[in-house]
Design a protein around this ligand. Structure first.
Ligand code: PMV
Length: 310
């Protein structure tokens, strides 16, 4: 029996613009995670996946090619040089990461699956390879993913991500706290990304201008984190949210959570991930965590996670 796991994540600044080559910053959220157990079955050949949280059992050999969990198994075994028909394995998946909440649940589950399979079959895979296998699964979830989700859940460190650039992790000078509030409305990342693309195609000049402004905020946010200026980070997140509204990816539920966090003393707040639903992140002082969490629940948050970065 072999275990593999991977954390959740949030995008601190830069979502959507990151799809168009601008930078973004994401951080792992280790308070929630995906866990996968691999066992030998000594039964009939093939791989059976037990996705316990959603009550599904999937036979990899007969699953449709685009089914994300079985695609992950096939791709991982392909890298390891094994044929799915020649192994006898069962995978059990459990995850505490809220689904469709902008917290990288799909990427974390895929990363945990690849890690557990590689460890069980005694075939070490380096992080860049694991990330590239998870990226293939992300394409099914997101259509045209930037690659930020797979990178941060596999590297498990704050990342400054830019499509096509070498992966840059960086130091957090002074730890800071985030309250993550889940609206409970499923985040439609694929739809939001495709709507932003259509809008960009209609008016590239305007949208490239917004993406440039977001990119500049991301660089300033990295500096603020590296120099320990949390109050500056908060203001940059507020500004990022203002630009995300221009991209039309916010929603009344997200705005209610953002307003409530700001009212209760958060230093800055914004949506995180694809938007339209999913989660809000707020930079908070640890002593305000209780009050802000209660306020978020009062205006509709289904779950609040308080996490330390750095
Ligand atoms: O919804 P999430 O957390 O998976 O994040 C999507 C982030 C986008 O920038 C909107 C898309 C992407 O692939 O980077």
């Amino acid at each position: 029996m072999t275990h593999g796991h991977a954390p959740g994540k949030v995008i601190l600044v830069g979502e959507h613009a990151v799809v168009y080559g601008r930078p973004a910053i994401a951080v792992p959220v280790t308070d929630v995670r995906a866990d996968v157990i691999v066992e030998d079955t000594n039964g009939r050949p093939g791989v059976t996946i037990h996705a316990e949280d959603i009550g599904r059992v999937i036979d990899v050999c007969s699953a449709p090619l685009q089914e994300p969990l079985s695609l992950t198994v096939r791709n991982a075994l392909g890298h390891i040089g094994m044929d799915v028909q020649r192994v006898q394995l069962s995978l059990t998946i459990r995850s505490s990461i809220p689904v469709a909440s902008g917290m990288g649940s799909g990427a974390a589950i895929a990363a945990a699956m690849v890690r557990a399979l590689a460890a069980h079959l005694n075939y070490p895979l380096d992080r860049a390879i694991i990330s590239s296998i998870v990226y293939e699964t992300e394409k099914i979830h997101h259509g045209t993913p930037s690659g930020i989700d797979n990178t941060v859940v596999v590297f498990e460190q704050p990342v400054y991500f830019r499509r096509g650039w070498p992966i840059a992790t960086f130091d957090v000078k002074r730890p800071f706290w985030l309250a993550i509030g889940d609206t409970g409305v499923p985040s439609l990342t694929k739809a939001a990304v495709s709507d932003v693309r259509a809008a960009w195609q209609r008016d590239p000049e305007r949208y490239d201008g917004i993406f440039d402004q977001i990119g500049a905020l991301v660089d300033a946010a990295r500096q603020a984190i590296e120099s320990g200026h949390v109050e500056v980070l908060g203001a940059l997140m507020d500004e990022n949210q203002r630009l995300l509204r221009h991209l039309d990816v916010s929603s009344p539920e997200l705005e209610a959570l953002i307003a409530s966090a700001r009212q209760e003393g958060a230093r800055g707040a914004k949506l995180s991930g694809g938007g339209r639903g999913g989660s809000v992140i707020a930079v908070i002082e640890p002593e305000d965590a209780e009050t802000i969490s209660r306020a978020l629940v009062a205006v509709g948050a289904r779950k609040v996670i308080v996490t330390r970065v750095g």
